[in-house]
Design a protein around this ligand. Structure first.
Ligand SMILES: C[S@@+](CC[C@H](N)C(=O)[O-])C[C@H]1O[C@@H](n2cnc3c(N)ncnc32)[C@H](O)[C@@H]1O
Length: 260
C-alpha cells in the first residue's frame, strides 16, 4: 500500500501507545488488538520508496517486545487479497490471528461475537470518513474494557462540509448521524466548520458510548501544511487517557500540536 510520510507518524504514535500500555495488558489474562481496516500489513513510502510495517504489524511487534503481547489479533478488510496478505505477515511474525473479509460495518459484529472477556484495543483506520460509520464505534463501545484509536479525516470533512450541508444526504452522515440537522454553519468560516463537526461527533461519543475523548488529538498535515487527519483516542479509564496523551506528543514537524 503506497502512503505518504504522515502514515509512518501514525504508526509511531500507535506503537508508542502499545508500548506504554504493556503493564495494563499484563494484568489481564487476555488482550486483543482489533483492526477492521487492516490493509496488507505493509506500506511503501511513495517518496522515499522505503517499505515498512503497516499499523497492525507495528503494533504486534511492539507488543511482543518486552512481554505482554496481544493474545489475539482480529483483522478485517473489504479487500480479500490485502487482508490475507496481512494475515500471512502476522502469522509469520508469530501472532495468533483471526481474519475477516468484509466492510467494517459488518465485521464488527463478527468480531464482537467471537471476542472473549479481556482487555481490548481497536484501531479504526479507514481511508475516508465515509467508512467511519458511527455504529462501528457504538458497537465496539459495548465492551466495558476497550479503548479505540480512530483516524479521523479532517481533510474529507473540510472538503465536503460546505457543499454537503444543504444536501438531503451526505458522505459525512454515517460518521456523525444528524450533523446537518444539529449544526448551523451559515456564516461559519471553513476551518471552524470542521471543528464544529468534530465537536458534534464528540457529543455523540459522550451521549451514545459513554467513552471519553482524550485531550491529545494530534493533527497530521501534508507537505504543504494542509490538514489530513487527527488521531482520536476513546477510553473509559483515566490511565488509558494519560498514556495516550503522552504517546501522542508530536515527534516531528509532520505532526502539529493539538488545537491547530
Ligand atoms: C488506510 S488503509 C489501512 C492502513 C492500515 N491500517 C495500516 O496502518 O497499514 C484502509 C483500508 O481499509 C480498507 N477499506 C476501505 N473501505 C472499507 C470498509 N468499508 N470496511 C473495511 N475495510 C475497508 C481498504 O481496502 C484499505 O485496505
Amino acid at each position: 500500500m503506497k502512503v505518504g510520510a504522515w502514515s509512518e507518524e501514525k504508526h509511531v504514535a500507535l506503537s508508542r501507545y502499545i508500548d506504554s500500555a504493556r503493564k495494563a495488558r499484563a494484568k489481564w489474562g487476555y488482550a486483543s488488538f482489533i483492526d477492521l481496516f487492516a490493509g496488507p500489513g505493509r506500506v511503501l513510502n511513495r517518496d522515499s520508496k522505503i517499505i515498512s510495517d503497516g499499523g497492525v504489524l507495528s503494533a504486534w511487534r511492539m507488543s511482543q517486545q518486552g512481554g505482554a503481547p496481544f493474545n489475539e489479533i482480529f483483522i478485517g478488510d473489504v479487500d480479500t487479497e490485502s487482508v490475507f496478505a496481512c494475515e500471512k505477515r502476522l502469522v509469520a511474525a508469530g501472532a495468533s490471528v483471526r481474519t475477516l473479509v468484509g466492510s467494517a460495518a459488518k465485521t464488527v459484529d463478527e468480531v464482537l461475537a467471537a471476542l472473549p472477556k479481556g482487555l481490548h484495543f481497536a484501531f479504526l483506520d479507514p481511508f475516508s470518513i465515509e467508512h467511519l460509520d458511527f455504529e462501528i464505534i457504538r458497537k465496539l463501545s459495548s465492551r466495558s474494557n476497550i479503548d479505540i484509536l480512530i483516524h479521523f479525516s479532517v481533510m474529507d470533512v473540510q472538503r465536503n462540509i460546505g457543499g454537503d450541508f444543504k444536501l438531503s444526504s451526505s458522505r459525512l452522515d454515517a460518521a456523525a448521524p444528524g450533523w446537518r440537522a444539529n449544526l448551523n454553519l451559515d456564516g461559519v468560516p471553513k476551518h471552524e466548520q470542521v471543528n464544529a463537526y468534530l465537536q458534534y461527533w464528540e457529543s455523540l461519543v459522550s451521549n451514545l458510548t459513554t467513552m471519553q475523548v482524550a485531550q491529545n488529538k494530534p493533527l497530521f498535515v501534508n507537505m504543504n501544511r494542509g490538514p489530513l487527519y487527527r488521531l482520536i483516542h476513546l477510553s473509559r479509564h483515566p490511565l488509558a487517557q494519560k498514556l495516550w496523551n503522552t504517546a501522542a506528543m508530536p515527534s516531528s514537524p509532520q505532526q502539529l500540536l493539538p488545537g491547530f
